[in-house]
Design a binder for this molecule. Structure first.
Ligand SMILES: [Mn+2]
Length: 393
């Protein structure tokens, strides 16, 4: 018999799917949160059974269980830990540890891709195109490579994982992988995934109108309240507002906040660490501490949402040689134009500002960061030009 303890996310559950494909009724699978694993491992060790092989995937155990597992191994027990997290590399000191973050070709791994390789080497599973394709989608999702490759199928696989129960996901994927030559979504899945995408798009449109900008410490944050779709929201709002250093997403009910950035020069894990949290350079999170509450809630609650750029302009266009007109809530106008090649300047209410910029984007960032100005509508632009012509006459 085998027992698999795995993570309860897409990568972890996909390990369960592969194990069940390989071993059928010979394996018992349990999915755990990061904090739940050690209870399961302790329970297994207390009820020691040398005939059961223990596999742990996509998670690692605490030091106490590490020692106990090693004793179990030395006493003839069968245990194998397979993981791809950098923080688990020390398990490679043990015979039963198998942790690889990057393969020989420099490709980032996932627990599912490592387990698939392991099952193949052990000749416990038949290789198949469908499984290899599925494993690659999971790997790309888990390592965020899907974003760079714009791999929508990987993104939708994870969305499907959250739309149905774990049991239903397992069942659907197992029959897909068992009976087909290639991986695909069936008609029903395509339909609910399309509906979900529409729902997310509407949610983001609504949230876009609630975004405020605020200086927090040294950085300029976009602050928004949201309970769902943090990745999608952080990504969209970040791309639409490149002048912001990062997006802070506040979940008041959950007493948490998430940080997302699209910029390579910003590391939001540093921002999260300031509030006692952590994460990655592009996505991180923290608990809503008193400091965090003051900085992101109390001090921003009175702010007006950011004005959106005019959408359907035909004349007032960005990077136009005429110049592009911006306006803020106080009615100030800003003309961003290029007097000489590779130089951009700003007329604020018709007075030239001392700052110059080496690109249009740099100039726009300045206007949005300093004055909260947004692209003015065509009629305001036309009036602006008429007044300008009037003055020249
Ligand atoms: Mn993983």
């Amino acid at each position: 018999m085998y027992k698999l303890l795995s993570h309860n996310d897409l990568d972890g559950v996909s390990c369960g799917i592969l194990a069940k494909l390989a071993l059928g009724k010979q394996v018992q699978v349990r999915y755990n949160s990061v904090s739940g694993l050690d209870y399961e491992v302790s329970w297994f060790l207390e009820n020691q059974d040398k005939k059961t092989t223990l596999w742990i995937t996509d998670l690692s155990v605490n030091d106490e269980n590490k020692e106990k597992l090693n004793e179990f191994h030395l006493a003839g027990g069968n245990v194998q830990l397979i993981d791809h997290h950098k923080t688990a590399l020390h398990f490679n000191d043990y015979e039963w540890g198998h942790v690889i973050v990057e393969d020989e070709e420099g490709k980032l791994t996932s627990a599912t891709s490592l387990l698939y390789d392991y099952l193949l080497t052990q000749e416990l599973i038949e290789p198949s195109n469908a499984i290899a394709e599925f494993v690659e989608l999971v790997r790309q999702y888990d390592t965020w490579e899907w974003e760079k490759n714009d791999n929508q199928e990987a993104r939708r696989l994870n969305a499907l994982f959250f739309l149905v129960s774990i049991e239903e996901f397992e069942e659907r994927m197992m029959s897909r992988l068992r009976y087909h030559d290639h991986f695909f979504f069936d008609e029903l899945e395509e339909k609910i995934l399309d509906m979900e995408d529409d729902k997310i798009a509407r949610y983001i449109r609504r949230k876009r109108r609630e975004l405020v900008q605020a200086k927090v410490g040294e950085r300029l944050a976009g602050v928004v309240y949201a309970e769902s779709y943090h990745s999608e929201l952080g990504n969209e709002l970040g791309k639409e507002n490149p002048h912001l250093d990062y997006i802070a997403i506040l979940n008041i009910g959950g007493k948490r906040l998430g940080f997302r950035t699209i910029h390579d020069h910003i590391d939001v894990s540093e921002v999260a660490a300031y509030y006692g949290g952590g994460g990655h350079a592009k996505a991180a999170g923290a608990s809503m501490t008193e400091d965090a509450y003051r900085h992101f809630v109390t001090e921003t609650f009175h702010l007006m949402p950011l004005q959106e750029d005019a959408k359907r302009n035909r004349y007032n266009m960005k990077e136009s040689s005429f110049g592009t007109l911006y306006q803020n809530r106080s009615g100030e106008t800003f003309l961003l134009y290029s007097p000489t090649e590779e130089q951009w300047a700003v007329n604020r209410n018709s007075t030239l500002l001392p700052e110059t910029f080496s690109s249009f984007q740099e100039g726009e960032n300045f206007l949005k960061r300093t004055f909260e100005a947004a692209l003015a509508k065509d009629d305001i632009f036309v009036r602006y030009l008429q007044e300008l012509v009037g003055k020249i006459k």
